[in-house]
Design a protein around this ligand. Structure first.
Ligand code: SF4
Length: 282
């Protein structure tokens, strides 16, 4: 068994890193508060893929748990999908090294996906459907009422554009939702965190990252294209991603065109003006 040396407790970090940690903690704390993600007595299953996002999520939640005025329980969970070359010891070793309660669920979805999907076709939708079912079942078995996922601000922005470009919908990824059968609440505490902050946090803390291409599937090509588009925009117009993200929290149904959200038919002379027509005002 490989011993994992977790650097958090004994390495001296620069003031830049301390600022970064402070920012991430503050953003996670704010998301938890804004969306009422965590309440007294919750049992939260934290889904751990072994990627930078899930390690960061767990690390920040553990820190906030120590200071929180409320009590909640965290259980780290990894689904081992039996992908070839998956280093099954890394996450258990890590969980032991930081002393957190954990559960490893082993389910060979890799073989199911390989068997059901013809060579060359995309495997991700079946794979993620299977994974979702297993995650919800395991949460039930562990007695968790909440499931925490490591999606961050940039995942949400990418999803917004995927839905606009390919789905004809103005929708992104919710910070909090209830699962289909109503049994669990899914939360995304990294909702306000930028991917580049998470990446540099994970680099500095030297999390034992597990590569995410073990299944051999190509990363969703359209998501990759959108990521590149956003990165190029951000380079040319710094702050654009944050502005898009702020817009997602500042929706004006009266200035879009969804009659289910705004009653355009009833508008009449003498009504109260709702911002007026200021679309291009300076
Ligand atoms: S990339 Fe691989 S593991 Fe991830 S959803 Fe697609 S098939 Fe599944």
């Amino acid at each position: 068994m490989n011993a994992i040396t977790h650097p958090i407790h004994f390495e001296h970090h620069s003031s830049n890193f301390n600022r970064l940690r402070g920012r991430l903690e503050q953003q996670v704390g704010r998301a938890i508060g804004d969306f009422n993600m965590i309440e007294e007595g919750d049992t939260i299953m934290v889904c751990m893929s072994g990627g930078k996002d899930s390690y960061t999520l767990l690390e920040i939640l553990l820190t906030l748990q120590k200071r929180a005025p409320i009590n909640f329980r965290l259980i780290a969970m990894n689904l081992d999908q039996k992908q070839p070359g998956f280093p099954a010891h890394i996450l258990p070793d890590y969980f032991k090294s930081i002393g957190i309660e954990y559960h490893i669920e082993t389910q060979d979805t890799y073989s199911i996906v390989k068997e059901k999907i013809p060579e060359g076709k995309t495997t991700c939708s079946l794979c993620s459907r299977l994974r979702r079912g297993i995650i919800y079942r395991v949460a039930g078995e562990l007695g968790a009422n909440k499931i925490a996922l490591g999606h961050h601000r940039d995942d949400m922005i990418e999803t917004l554009f995927l839905n606009i470009f390919f789905g004809g919908k103005l929708k992104a990824m919710p910070p909090k939702l209830v699962t289909d059968k109503g049994d669990h609440v899914v939360i995304r505490p990294l909702a306000y965190c930028a991917e580049k902050d998470i990446a540099s946090f994970a680099r500095t803390l030297k999390f034992p990252i597990i590569p995410c291409n073990l299944c051999g599937a190509q990363e969703n090509l359209q998501r990759q294209n959108i990521k590149e588009m956003l990165t190029a925009w951000e380079r040319q117009y710094p702050g654009r991603s944050q502005s898009i993200f702020t817009a997602m929290q500042n929706v004006k149904p009266s200035h879009l065109m969804d009659s289910k959200l705004f009653d355009f038919k009833s508008i009449n002379v003498g009504d109260m003006v709702d911002e007026g027509d200021m679309a291009f005002d300076g």
